[in-house]
Design a protein around this ligand. Structure first.
Ligand SMILES: [Zn+2]
Length: 75
């Protein structure tokens, strides 16, 4: 019931979205070196109804590439 109300508020006033960008670590078990690979994910999430748009910005890159591309720099 409460959730329904929240969804109605989103429908009336629009979602209250916030953006989150983070790196996810994935292990590739195929690779011999077991080098962890990362992917950069951007999520637009609504804090009222938990609607979520997820977009993968970069996938399967190494840590050094992450650093080089500046993904760890805080804003
Ligand atoms: Zn919403």
């Amino acid at each position: 019931m409460k959730k329904l109300l929240k969804e109605w508020r989103c429908r009336l006033f629009g979602h209250r979205m916030y953006e989150e960008v983070f790196a996810e670590r994935r292990y590739s078990f195929v690779a011999r070196s077991r080098m962890p690979l990362y992917r950069v994910v951007r999520e637009h999430r609504c804090d009222r109804c938990d609607k979520c748009d997820r977009k993968i910005l970069r996938s399967d890159i190494r840590r050094s590439q992450l650093l080089k591309e500046g993904w760890f720099i805080e804003r």
